[in-house]
Write a protein that binds this ligand. Structure first.
Ligand SMILES: Nc1ncnc2c1ncn2[C@@H]1O[C@H](COP(=O)(O)OP(=O)(O)OP(=O)(O)O)[C@@H](O)[C@H]1O
Length: 217
Protein backbone atom coordinates (compact mmCIF):
# COMPACT_ATOMS: atom_id res chain seq x y z
CA UNK A 1 0.00 0.00 0.00
CA UNK A 2 2.92 2.31 0.84
CA UNK A 3 6.31 1.62 -0.69
CA UNK A 4 9.36 3.84 -0.50
CA UNK A 5 12.47 3.04 -2.50
CA UNK A 6 15.78 4.74 -1.78
CA UNK A 7 14.18 7.98 -0.74
CA UNK A 8 16.37 10.99 -0.03
CA UNK A 9 15.04 14.30 1.18
CA UNK A 10 17.16 17.42 1.24
CA UNK A 11 15.39 20.60 2.33
CA UNK A 12 16.15 23.82 0.41
CA UNK A 13 18.49 24.98 3.19
CA UNK A 14 20.68 21.96 2.44
CA UNK A 15 19.66 19.85 5.43
CA UNK A 16 19.35 16.20 4.49
CA UNK A 17 16.41 14.89 6.53
CA UNK A 18 16.16 11.40 4.96
CA UNK A 19 18.91 9.14 3.60
CA UNK A 20 18.18 6.20 1.31
CA UNK A 21 14.96 5.17 3.06
CA UNK A 22 13.26 2.06 1.68
CA UNK A 23 10.22 0.50 3.31
CA UNK A 24 7.07 -1.41 2.56
CA UNK A 25 3.79 -1.14 4.46
CA UNK A 26 1.15 -3.67 3.48
CA UNK A 27 -2.52 -2.82 2.98
CA UNK A 28 -4.31 -3.23 6.29
CA UNK A 29 -1.14 -2.97 8.38
CA UNK A 30 -0.75 -0.67 11.39
CA UNK A 31 2.84 0.45 12.04
CA UNK A 32 4.61 2.82 14.38
CA UNK A 33 7.26 5.28 13.28
CA UNK A 34 9.78 6.00 16.03
CA UNK A 35 13.04 7.91 16.44
CA UNK A 36 14.62 10.84 18.25
CA UNK A 37 13.44 14.40 17.80
CA UNK A 38 14.64 15.52 14.37
CA UNK A 39 15.10 11.94 13.13
CA UNK A 40 12.85 12.61 10.14
CA UNK A 41 9.50 11.10 11.22
CA UNK A 42 7.38 14.09 10.16
CA UNK A 43 9.33 14.41 6.94
CA UNK A 44 8.65 10.77 6.12
CA UNK A 45 4.92 11.13 6.81
CA UNK A 46 4.82 14.31 4.70
CA UNK A 47 6.32 12.35 1.77
CA UNK A 48 3.50 9.82 2.07
CA UNK A 49 0.90 12.62 2.02
CA UNK A 50 2.54 14.52 -0.87
CA UNK A 51 3.06 17.53 1.41
CA UNK A 52 6.80 17.28 0.70
CA UNK A 53 8.43 15.69 -2.34
CA UNK A 54 11.47 13.44 -2.22
CA UNK A 55 14.72 14.83 -3.65
CA UNK A 56 15.29 11.38 -5.16
CA UNK A 57 13.75 7.94 -4.91
CA UNK A 58 10.14 6.89 -5.25
CA UNK A 59 7.19 7.06 -2.88
CA UNK A 60 4.29 4.87 -3.95
CA UNK A 61 1.01 5.31 -2.09
CA UNK A 62 -1.98 3.26 -3.26
CA UNK A 63 -0.17 2.72 -6.56
CA UNK A 64 0.57 6.41 -7.21
CA UNK A 65 4.07 7.84 -7.25
CA UNK A 66 4.13 10.90 -5.01
CA UNK A 67 7.37 12.06 -6.60
CA UNK A 68 5.72 12.65 -9.96
CA UNK A 69 2.12 13.31 -8.91
CA UNK A 70 0.66 16.35 -10.70
CA UNK A 71 -0.67 19.02 -8.32
CA UNK A 72 -4.15 18.57 -9.82
CA UNK A 73 -4.16 14.91 -8.69
CA UNK A 74 -3.40 15.70 -5.05
CA UNK A 75 -6.98 16.45 -3.89
CA UNK A 76 -8.11 13.10 -5.32
CA UNK A 77 -5.31 11.28 -3.53
CA UNK A 78 -6.11 13.03 -0.26
CA UNK A 79 -9.68 11.73 -0.32
CA UNK A 80 -8.24 8.35 0.56
CA UNK A 81 -5.93 9.75 3.18
CA UNK A 82 -6.73 10.77 6.73
CA UNK A 83 -4.05 13.22 7.84
CA UNK A 84 -3.30 14.12 11.43
CA UNK A 85 -0.40 16.55 11.48
CA UNK A 86 0.89 18.88 14.14
CA UNK A 87 -0.17 22.09 12.38
CA UNK A 88 -3.87 21.27 12.72
CA UNK A 89 -4.98 23.53 9.86
CA UNK A 90 -8.38 23.92 11.45
CA UNK A 91 -10.77 26.54 10.13
CA UNK A 92 -10.92 28.94 13.04
CA UNK A 93 -13.93 30.89 11.76
CA UNK A 94 -16.05 27.72 11.53
CA UNK A 95 -17.61 25.64 14.28
CA UNK A 96 -16.29 22.30 15.48
CA UNK A 97 -19.16 20.63 13.58
CA UNK A 98 -18.35 22.48 10.33
CA UNK A 99 -14.66 21.59 10.56
CA UNK A 100 -15.49 17.90 10.64
CA UNK A 101 -18.21 18.30 7.98
CA UNK A 102 -15.79 19.86 5.50
CA UNK A 103 -14.21 16.65 4.09
CA UNK A 104 -17.71 15.22 3.50
CA UNK A 105 -19.03 18.44 1.91
CA UNK A 106 -16.09 18.44 -0.49
CA UNK A 107 -16.98 14.99 -1.81
CA UNK A 108 -20.67 15.90 -2.03
CA UNK A 109 -21.85 13.52 0.67
CA UNK A 110 -25.66 13.70 1.27
CA UNK A 111 -26.07 16.27 4.09
CA UNK A 112 -28.32 14.24 6.39
CA UNK A 113 -26.07 11.17 6.34
CA UNK A 114 -23.02 13.44 6.59
CA UNK A 115 -24.36 15.10 9.75
CA UNK A 116 -24.82 11.66 11.33
CA UNK A 117 -21.26 10.71 10.49
CA UNK A 118 -19.90 14.01 11.81
CA UNK A 119 -21.67 13.48 15.14
CA UNK A 120 -20.46 9.88 15.35
CA UNK A 121 -16.86 11.06 14.77
CA UNK A 122 -17.21 13.85 17.35
CA UNK A 123 -18.68 11.37 19.81
CA UNK A 124 -15.69 9.04 19.36
CA UNK A 125 -13.23 11.81 20.26
CA UNK A 126 -15.36 13.13 23.15
CA UNK A 127 -16.33 16.45 21.52
CA UNK A 128 -20.01 15.94 20.77
CA UNK A 129 -21.07 18.50 23.36
CA UNK A 130 -18.75 21.11 21.77
CA UNK A 131 -20.11 20.89 18.23
CA UNK A 132 -21.18 24.55 18.14
CA UNK A 133 -17.94 25.88 19.64
CA UNK A 134 -15.27 27.66 17.62
CA UNK A 135 -11.92 25.84 17.58
CA UNK A 136 -10.16 28.80 19.23
CA UNK A 137 -12.16 28.15 22.39
CA UNK A 138 -10.85 24.56 22.62
CA UNK A 139 -7.74 23.48 24.52
CA UNK A 140 -4.71 22.15 22.64
CA UNK A 141 -5.71 18.55 23.36
CA UNK A 142 -9.29 19.22 22.25
CA UNK A 143 -8.06 20.77 19.00
CA UNK A 144 -5.97 17.66 18.47
CA UNK A 145 -9.04 15.46 19.00
CA UNK A 146 -11.01 17.65 16.60
CA UNK A 147 -8.30 17.14 14.04
CA UNK A 148 -8.57 13.37 14.54
CA UNK A 149 -12.37 13.45 14.08
CA UNK A 150 -11.92 15.39 10.84
CA UNK A 151 -9.29 12.92 9.61
CA UNK A 152 -11.42 9.82 10.21
CA UNK A 153 -14.88 11.12 9.24
CA UNK A 154 -14.72 9.96 5.63
CA UNK A 155 -13.26 6.58 6.61
CA UNK A 156 -10.04 6.89 4.62
CA UNK A 157 -8.20 3.78 3.52
CA UNK A 158 -4.90 5.21 4.82
CA UNK A 159 -4.46 7.12 8.06
CA UNK A 160 -1.21 9.04 8.64
CA UNK A 161 -0.81 10.43 12.14
CA UNK A 162 2.13 12.51 13.38
CA UNK A 163 2.37 12.30 17.19
CA UNK A 164 -1.43 12.08 17.48
CA UNK A 165 -1.39 11.56 21.24
CA UNK A 166 1.32 14.12 21.97
CA UNK A 167 -0.87 16.63 23.81
CA UNK A 168 -3.36 14.19 25.26
CA UNK A 169 -3.57 12.78 28.74
CA UNK A 170 -3.25 9.00 29.13
CA UNK A 171 -6.98 8.33 29.10
CA UNK A 172 -7.64 10.18 25.83
CA UNK A 173 -4.43 8.83 24.32
CA UNK A 174 -5.71 5.31 24.95
CA UNK A 175 -9.13 6.13 23.46
CA UNK A 176 -7.53 7.58 20.36
CA UNK A 177 -5.32 4.52 20.01
CA UNK A 178 -8.40 2.31 20.32
CA UNK A 179 -10.02 4.37 17.57
CA UNK A 180 -7.01 3.84 15.29
CA UNK A 181 -6.99 0.15 16.14
CA UNK A 182 -10.69 -0.16 15.30
CA UNK A 183 -10.01 1.58 12.00
CA UNK A 184 -7.18 -0.77 11.30
CA UNK A 185 -9.35 -3.78 12.13
CA UNK A 186 -11.83 -2.83 9.42
CA UNK A 187 -9.04 -2.62 6.87
CA UNK A 188 -7.43 0.83 6.99
CA UNK A 189 -3.66 1.09 6.74
CA UNK A 190 -2.42 3.15 9.69
CA UNK A 191 0.98 4.83 10.20
CA UNK A 192 1.54 6.55 13.54
CA UNK A 193 4.64 8.40 14.65
CA UNK A 194 5.08 8.40 18.40
CA UNK A 195 7.52 8.81 21.26
CA UNK A 196 5.05 7.31 23.71
CA UNK A 197 6.74 4.25 25.20
CA UNK A 198 3.56 3.22 27.03
CA UNK A 199 1.71 2.98 23.72
CA UNK A 200 4.59 1.24 21.97
CA UNK A 201 4.73 -1.38 24.69
CA UNK A 202 1.00 -1.93 24.86
CA UNK A 203 0.48 -2.25 21.10
CA UNK A 204 2.80 -4.82 19.61
CA UNK A 205 2.73 -3.47 16.06
CA UNK A 206 5.78 -3.32 13.81
CA UNK A 207 8.08 -0.38 14.40
CA UNK A 208 9.97 1.55 11.77
CA UNK A 209 12.80 3.28 13.58
CA UNK A 210 14.60 6.31 12.18
CA UNK A 211 17.98 7.49 13.35
CA UNK A 212 19.31 10.73 11.85
CA UNK A 213 17.22 10.23 8.72
CA UNK A 214 18.16 6.59 8.20
CA UNK A 215 15.81 3.69 8.69
CA UNK A 216 17.52 1.34 11.11
CA UNK A 217 14.75 -1.19 11.84
N1 LIG B 1 11.03 22.73 6.08
C1 LIG B 1 12.24 22.38 6.57
N2 LIG B 1 13.35 23.02 6.15
C2 LIG B 1 14.57 22.67 6.62
N3 LIG B 1 14.80 21.68 7.50
C3 LIG B 1 13.72 21.02 7.95
C4 LIG B 1 12.39 21.33 7.52
N4 LIG B 1 11.54 20.50 8.14
C5 LIG B 1 12.29 19.70 8.93
N5 LIG B 1 13.59 20.03 8.82
C6 LIG B 1 14.71 19.36 9.50
O1 LIG B 1 14.75 17.99 9.10
C7 LIG B 1 15.04 17.17 10.21
C8 LIG B 1 13.93 16.15 10.41
O2 LIG B 1 12.77 16.87 10.87
P1 LIG B 1 11.39 16.14 11.19
O3 LIG B 1 10.43 17.19 11.58
O4 LIG B 1 11.05 15.25 10.05
O5 LIG B 1 11.81 15.24 12.46
P2 LIG B 1 10.92 14.45 13.51
O6 LIG B 1 11.55 13.11 13.67
O7 LIG B 1 9.49 14.49 13.08
O8 LIG B 1 11.11 15.31 14.81
P3 LIG B 1 10.10 15.58 16.08
O9 LIG B 1 9.95 14.28 16.80
O10 LIG B 1 10.85 16.60 16.87
O11 LIG B 1 8.82 16.11 15.50
C9 LIG B 1 15.27 18.08 11.40
O12 LIG B 1 16.65 18.31 11.54
C10 LIG B 1 14.56 19.36 11.00
O13 LIG B 1 15.16 20.49 11.59
Amino acid sequence: MIKLSQVNKRYPDGHQALHQVSLDIAAGEMVFLTGHSGAGKSTLLKMMAAIERPTSGSVLVAGQNMASLKPVAIPFLRRNLGLIFQDHKLLFDRSVFDNVMLPLSIIGYPPKEAAKRVRAALDKVGLLDREKALPITLSGGEQQRLCIARAVVNRPSILLADEPTGHLDAEYAEEIMQLFKAFNQVGSTVVISTHDEAILTRYGNRRLHLDKGRLVA
